[in-house]
Write a protein that binds this ligand. Structure first.
Ligand code: UTP
Length: 222
């Protein structure tokens, strides 16, 4: 299967994490899946963006700071993947299409005003992906914030429109904080009709199950 993975920066917190996700991506590749993975910026991006904001940076400049951090994470993932990765950090869909061979393609952010989630959907379109996986440190989409409400309920399935309404009502969309998922990314995935699976990437096996079945996250489709 052709799969585009948005790997949340919150997951890429230490060396061990880079090794674990590299291992999972390698296993997917060995099973014959074609993988594009876009790295988020995580805590480091938020710290740099907050510093830029304190120094008076415009939103565009804050985004450019965040983009650089996503590229640093992508370079570390490329290092962990070694021979299995294309050595370039990809930012343009046209390049991804051209370089999609037997290597895992690793991407980072590109333009201000969006997040790596949007890149992952653009790359999905470029490679003709059948699935987009959004791996983060929370397992799926909930009816309320599970960190504050122990009785929060996870959705097994949502439509794109339902996901859009949830993001609009409960999450930010600004530099360093594209909460849950980037709205532009939801709309594009809807136009393309590519399902998005939200999984808890703190268990790397969930990424394999998101592709092969049996995950316990949330599926977003029509
Ligand atoms: P992320 O994709 O990690 O954003 O990019 P996020 O969803 O806010 O954070 P995670 O997923 O929890 O890690 C980090 C920041 O880089 C900028 C945005 O400011 C974003 O918040 N960025 C990233 C862009 O402006 N354009 C891009 O294409 C990618």
């Amino acid at each position: 299967m052709r799969v585009s993975i948005s790997l949340g920066g919150s997951l890429l917190k230490d060396l061990e994490a880079f090794r674990r996700y590299a291992d999972v991506l390698r296993r997917l590749k060995a099973k014959g899946h074609r993988i594009v993975v876009v790295c988020g910026g995580g805590r480091r991006a938020r710290e740099f963006i907050a510093q830029a904001r304190s120094l008076g940076a415009s939103e565009e400049l804050q985004d450019r700071v965040g983009i650089l951090v996503t590229h640093l994470n992508a370079l570390l993932l490329i290092a962990a993947l070694g021979e299995d990765a294309d050595p370039r950090v990809h930012r343009r869909s046209s390049d991804v299409k051209r370089h999609m061979d037997d290597k895992i393609i690793v991407g980072g952010g590109h333009l201000p005003g969006s997040s790596t989630d949007y890149r992952a959907v653009l790359f999905a379109r470029a490679i003709g992906a059948e699935l987009i996986v959004n791996a983060t440190d929370y397992g799926g989409v909930f009816d309320k914030d599970p960190s504050k409400h122990p009785d929060a309920m996870k959705y097994d399935h949502l439509t794109y429109d339902e996901l859009e309404r949830i993001i609009r009502s409960r999450f930010e969309q600004r530099p360093g904080d594209y909460g849950l998922f980037d709205l532009k990314a939801v709309r594009l995935a809807k136009r393309l009709g590519i399902p998005i699976v939200f999984v808890d990437g703190t268990d790397p096996e969930e990424i394999i199950r998101a592709v092969e079945g049996g995950h316990s996250g949330t599926v977003v489709s029509d």
